[in-house]
Design a protein around this ligand. Sequence first.
Ligand code: 5AD
Ligand code: FES
Length: 365
Amino acid sequence: MIKQILEKVDQSAELTPDEIRALLGISDPEELQALYDCAYRVKEREVGKVAYFRGIIECSNICVKDCYYCGIRKSNQNVERFQMDEEEIIREALWSYENEYGSAVIQAGERKDPAFIDMIERVVKTVKEKTNGKLGITLSLGEQTEETYRRWREAGAHRYLLRIETTSPELYAKLHPEDHDLEERKHCLALLKKTGWQVGTGVMMGLPGQTSEDLVNDILFMKEFDVDMIGMGPYIPHRDTPMGKEIPPYTDEQKQTALTLGLKMIAVTRIVLKDINIAAATALQALEHTGREMGLKCGANVIMPNVTETEFRPSYTLYDNKPCTDENSSMCRGCLTARITGIGETIGFNEWGDSPHYAKRNAHG
Ligand code: 5AD
Ligand code: FES
């Protein structure tokens, strides 16, 4: 049965929801390997064996949201809040450019106050000017108004990441306080499309109470919504959060289970959505040292090396055991370059690396 489905994939045929469900249900090690290999063939065919780097700048852990899983949620008193100044963010973006990353991602907890919105706009404009428009800029700054999305787009950023986290209304309600709204998040994704962004979304896998049916629906949602890029990773408990408090630190066995589920989702998403960009989430590396390379071997084609100054890194702990918090940006560059060349791939230095999907979506108007 699995063999037939994978053969269908090799012939570029579309899968039915039942077939997607069957792939996500694989547990036999040989079938798992066959799934990963098949996803890798789709990746080679659709986007090539090139990994693109996006230097991620985690510029502030101040957040107005209170998600029950996240280490920088508003109510967590055990975290020292920081906000980089403009010069600092610009310096890290320019470091990404000088180190040939092609793109940078500016990420922070959610803030909607005018001072923050203006600041981001100025930073984007300055970085664009200083790199002659050559550094691609992705923003990952949460839910905003149409006006804000438009202003940041006009300032020169061109990609936006807003994870939907889960598409199950029941699960979404369990993971968030009442005033966090799944429909509002979907609306924001629609606004991003409307205001001309390349849009990325994604989910967490292995959440307490999440079913494989939920994950099938997540993949179908991302396909239906016609996203250009996906960043998704395993849920990892954070000890100072309402959800994480209930869960003792993962045993080695639980880590392996979470890792396998994460890799399976990447593989099946590559197979179903084909020509999009998929990031190998840093959270994979929190479960296993080689987790991000494993993500690339299962179909991911983007890596987001941390370019945040080392002093700020420990304060941006979304989940426990986040890797690279003692390292600096050069160390991560060297480390990831070795990891990627070690699996026989090249790195798309100095390229934006937009997904072929976006180019096609645009060509079709
Ligand atoms: N485990 C894994 N990922 C998490 N995120 C937040 N908290 C956790 C956690 N405990 C992810 C969310 C968010 C992204 C920036 O980090 O999906 O969108
Ligand atoms: Fe940061 Fe390996 S990626 S040290």
